[in-house]
Design a protein around this ligand. Structure first.
Ligand SMILES: NC(=O)c1ccc[n+]([C@@H]2O[C@H](COP(=O)([O-])OP(=O)(O)OC[C@H]3O[C@@H](n4cnc5c(N)ncnc54)[C@H](OP(=O)(O)O)[C@@H]3O)[C@@H](O)[C@H]2O)c1
Length: 254
């Protein structure tokens, strides 16, 4: 694929993220607390998470191990960070979430698999095959944008993991309902886990400074901001005592 074709494809992909973002203000993604049986065949939600995220883990591992340039430059650092995130999301997170009767529509699983195939495909292909070797050289590794991006990425990942863990621990064994989360960033926003994920991939885009990484940051924002607003609205409807000052996803802002 030529660089120009790749660039056109990635820009179209960013365009699709913006369209999806608008649609998600009208259609709630039906999984977790918003699950619904109007979306056809559904599967166990732990299996759903595993299947949804596996392609991203496998594709990036493939490009790291067999890609032409992935180990000739410091691009491998980006692969390692990506794979670390997806090891958690694919293998650890589904094992940790508490079993409930909630199921995940196959349509959601299939659309997430499609997303991950394109997203990891674009990012892995760029880093391993298209990026000039000098882009990710020793100078890049000590550049301010790499360091700032890395700090954001690691902070976002930590916020995402800590918040997911706190939410998962809210249910005692056998419980399936919901409680008002307290402490940590939950005092400021309803979905610190989603906030952490937005920060994480924004940091990745700043570090990598390429178009596919930017597309992932845009997609994460496009998907998670409407989802956080839905979560926030849902909390306020379920719990009359829900803290009024809490925002949805960005502390003091939204
Ligand atoms: N990069 C992306 O585009 C993307 C897209 C989607 C999700 N994600 C990530 O995937 C993870 C899950 O997302 P999500 O929207 O499904 O998160 P979520 O609704 O906050 O749920 C996380 C887990 O905690 C449980 N939980 C949530 N709130 C609870 C409460 N108040 N009381 C008791 N249990 C509660 C949920 O149970 P239930 O499942 O039973 O509700 C689920 O097991 C997040 O880390 C998110 O960042 C990323």
């Amino acid at each position: 694929m030529t660089g120009q074709t790749f660039q056109n494809l990635t820009i179209s992909w960013i365009g699709l993220a913006l369209i999806t973002h608008i649609i998600l203000y009208f259609v709630k993604a039906p999984f977790g607390r918003h699950t619904s049986d109007h979306w056809g065949i559904s599967i166990n939600n732990k299996l759903g998470w595993f299947l949804m995220e596996l392609s991203s883990l496998l594709i990036m591992t493939y490009f790291l191990v067999w890609g032409t340039n992935s180990k000739q430059s410091y691009a491998w650092t980006l692969f390692v960070l990506w794979i670390t995130h997806y090891m958690n999301r694919t293998l650890i997170y589904p094992l940790r979430i508490k079993p409930t009767s909630k199921r995940m529509p196959l349509l959601i699983v299939m659309s997430a698999v499609f997303f991950n195939l394109v997203n990891a495909g674009l990012n892995g292909y760029f880093l391993a095959e298209l990026a000039p070797l000098v882009k990710y050289d020793a100078q890049w590794l000590s550049s301010p944008h790499f360091i700032c991006g890395l700090v954001l990425f690691l902070s976002g990942m930590a916020i995402n993991w800590v918040s997911d863990n706190r939410l998962i621990r809210l249910r005692k064994p056998g419980e399936t309902g919901y409680k008002i989360p307290r402490g940590f960033l939950f005092e400021y926003i309803s979905s610190p886990n989603l906030f952490g994920e937005v920060v994480e991939w924004t940091g990745f885009a700043i570090m990598a400074w390429n178009l596919p990484a930017l597309s992932f940051a845009v997609w994460t924002f496009a998907n998670l901001v409407p989802r956080a607003l839905n979560h926030h609205q849902w909390y306020k409807e379920q719990f009359p005592e829900y803290p009024q000052s809490r925002k949805a996803i960005f502390p003091f802002i939204l």
